[in-house]
Every structure is written in structure tokens, then in C-alpha cells.
Design a protein around this ligand. Structure first.
Ligand code: G3I
Length: 353
């Protein structure tokens, strides 16, 4: 049976069974897994259709950029919280949870941080930033991607931790420092380490899973406060998912007492067919395999996509299509119409009760 026929057939069946899990969960009194998306504040406050989509589908939101150093910290002495505050107020007004992304990363760093030139300076800047940001939203942002993408892109012995200003001056110790500082600032917050390409059926994917498990065990063995792992889920549609490897990874994380979050799900479709129905079906099947592999070992606490509409996605920044067609990585198309990917997400989040 062709993959295409399998996927369309499976989706056909799942579309028919779309309501069954919901009804079963309602009957059992089970609550579905909260779903949400990262937010861009410009369309949120500028496009009623975008805001309606967020309110129609989401129970949790995050910020695509407003809580990153690049947006928050124009200079060493300034915190620009305006947009993050607007998003926080929107979330609270509409009863949405808000996740914090992110406190320590190599990416989106403002130029002035290149002037950091010692371990003492790095320690001071990292801790004061975390205290200011986590402190501002204490009790309001209940889950933080404290450390984003700590792993080297292809981890190897002696090269496990990604280069950053923090790693340069503090080594891997920056991870513990960030987590402990966040815990001291908001003892109730869920502290998350968030990373990508954990699901891939490749040597690199296996190396990333092992390196992350080793990092988690080391932190927990040393009593470092840590509560969850964020599996980003930027799925490459043309790269097979290691379902058994991902299920085993999630089982080991759960056995450590850590929760699982799906934090940035989308499907990079630049190498998938041009035909929209075929591509949307392949995108949905990729996400279905990913979510099923995670769900086989644990109930993820949240499922977030990295954007909700194809109109606003990071994907073409790095993975535009050779045929020039727009990418279609997200659950709603550019006109906010639900795609098979939304069906898969809704069926998955409603299947736990
Ligand atoms: O807002 C400016 C605009 O004024 C300017 O004209 C334009 C051209 O330079 O840049 C715009 O800012 C861009 C920003 O996204 C807002 O769209 C930045 O250049 C661009 O670097 C930034 O990219 C973001 C990237 O993280 C780096 O922060 C992506 O939107 C965002 O989706 C991406 O998200 C990351 C997660 O944080 C971590 N996991 C991977 C994920 C995808 O890369």
C-alpha cells in the first residue's frame, strides 16, 4: 500500500473517529491535554482573524520572541517588557496559560552581550536577567523554558554542549546556574529544558537523545531543580521518525520523574510533495507518528505548535521550498482553515482521559 494511500486512509478513518475521543473523554470526565501556540503580538493585536483563531483553539500560549534577550534587552541596562506585558495581559484576560520562552539560549542574543568577557560577568548578567524576568511574572508564567537547546547540534564526546556566551565563560555549569536562579526566583514555576531533533531516526537523533538523557541524569543526580523536558518537535517531513527510540526516550525521562511537554510542533515541508492535499496529509501523518510515539510512554502535559497559521511561520527563514510554493507547516492554513494536522492534534489531545 502506498504511503499516500495509507495516510489518506488513516486520516479518513481518524476524521470519522474525530469526535469519539472527545465524547469518551467527556464521558470519562477526562480533561484533554491543553493545546496552544507561540504568539506574535503584531498579528495578535492587529488581525482579528489571528486573535479569533488563538481564542478558538488554544488553552495555552507562549511568546515567539518577546521574552528572548534580543527583544527584552536592547542594552545592558534596559529591560523592554512592553510586548511581553501585553501578551501576559491578553492571556490573563482570556484565561489562557502562558509559557515563558526563554531565559538561557545561544540564539537571539543582542550585540552588547558580545562584550561579556569573563565568568564573573557572565554569571552576573545571566542571574540578574533571570531574577528580573522570572521575578516580574512570578506566579503568572508557571512554566519556563529556562535553558533552550543546550545540546551541541551533533553531540559527540567532549563536544556535548552548544556554544554560547554562557558556555564560553561558564561551561556546562551555566545550565545549573540558570535552573537554580529560576527556582530561587519563583519556587512554584515549572523549570524546563527544551531541545529539538530528539525524534529523528538518524545517528544524530540517537546521539541527541543520549546526550540529553545523560544531561538530565547528571542534573538530577546533583539535586539541580528541574521539572520537565520540552520536546520541540520541529519535524522534518522527509526525515523518518524513530518511533521506538522516541518512546524509549520519553519512558526514560518519565522514569526520572520529569514531565514531558511538546513545545514547538510544526512540520518542515520543504522536501514534501507540492500537491497541497498530499503535502497536508504527509504533514499530518508525520505529526501523528511523533505524537503517538510520545503518547505510548507518557501523557504530555501540553502540546504547543510553533505558530498556528501558515501565514506566520519561521520555517521559510531556513527551509523555503525549491519550487517557491509557500510552506504549510502549521495546523491552520494561511486563511485560518483547519488542516489534517489540526485534526491529528485535536484527536491526540482528546485521546487521553
Ligand atoms: O522583527 C524584525 C523585523 O523588524 C526585521 O525587519 C526582520 C529582518 O531582520 O527581523 C525581524 O525579527 C526577526 C524575528 O524572528 C521576528 O520575526 C529576526 O530577524 C529573526 O531572527 C527571528 O527569528 C526567530 C528565531 O527563533 C530567532 O529568535 C523566529 O521568528 C522564531 O520562530 C525562532 O524560534 C525558535 C525558538 O525560539 C527555539 N526553537 C527553534 C525555533 C525556530 O528557529
Amino acid at each position: 500500500m502506498q504511503r499516500r494511500d495509507f495516510v489518506l486512509g488513516a486520516l479518513g478513518a481518524s476524521a470519522l473517529s474525530y469526535l469519539a475521543p472527545t465524547l469518551a473523554a467527556m464521558a470519562a470526565g477526562g480533561e484533554p491535554i491543553p493545546y496552544g501556540t507561540c504568539i506574535r503580538t503584531d498579528p495578535l493585536f492587529g488581525d482579528p482573524a489571528y486573535q479569533k483563531a488563538v481564542l478558538d483553539y488554544c488553552q495555552v500560549v507562549g511568546s515567539e520572541g518577546n521574552l528572548k534577550w534580543g527583544d527584552l534587552r536592547p542594552d545592558r541596562h534596559t529591560f523592554n517588557f512592553e510586548q511581553a506585558d501585553q501578551l501576559m495581559a491578553f492571556a490573563e484576560e482570556h484565561g489562557l496559560e502562558m509559557r515563558g520562552h526563554t531565559l538561557a539560549w545561544y540564539g537571539a542574543m543582542p550585540d552588547w552581550t558580545n562584550e561579556i568577557a569573563s565568568a564573573d560577568e557572565a554569571r552576573l548578567e545571566l542571574t540578574s536577567h533571570i531574577r528580573s524576568v522570572v521575578g516580574r511574572y512570578k506566579g503568572r508564567i508557571k512554566s519556563w523554558d529556562v535553558v533552550n537547546e543546550p545540546l551541541a547540534d551533533h553531540p559527540k564526546p567532549g563536544d556535548l554542549i552548544r556554544e554560547s556566551v554562557w558556555q564560553k565563560y561558564l561551561g556546562a555549569d551555566y545550565i545549573e546556574l540558570a535552573l537554580r536562579t529560576a527556582a530561587e526566583t519563583d519556587p512554584e514555576a515549572q523549570l524546563v529544558i527544551n531541545d529539538y531533533d530528539i525524534e529523528q531516526a538518524t545517528d544524530r537523533g540517537r546521539a541527541r537523545r543520549k546526550a540529553l538523557l545523560d544531561l538530565l541524569r547528571d542534573l538530577l543526580d546533583r539535586g539541580v531543580p528541574l521539572h520537565a523536558v520540552g520536546i520541540q518537535g520541529h519535524l522534518h517531513g522527509a526525515v523518518p521518525i524513530d518511533s521506538s527510540g522516541l518512546t524509549s526516550f520519553v519512558a526514560e525521562v518519565k522514569a526520572m520523574g520529569l514531565a514531558i511537554l511538546v513545545t514547538e510542533l510544526d512540520v518542515i515541508d520543504n522536501e514534501l510533495p507540492a500537491d497541497i492535499a498530499e503535502r497536508d496529509a504527509a504533514v499530518a501523518e508525520c505529526a501523528r507518528q511523533f505524537l503517538a510515539a510520545i503518547g505510548a510512554a507518557a501523557r504530555p502535559e501540553r502540546v504547543l505548535t510553533w505558530g498556528i497559521t501558515d501565514q506566520h511561520t519561521w520555517v521559510p527563514i531556513w527551509f523555503s521550498r525549491g519550487d517557491g510554493l509557500p510552506n504549510r507547516p502549521l495546523p491552520l492554513d494561511a486563511d485560518f482553515k483547519p488542516k489534517p494536522l489540526m485534526d491529528v492534534i485535536q484527536e491526540f489531545t482528546h485521546s487521553f482521559s
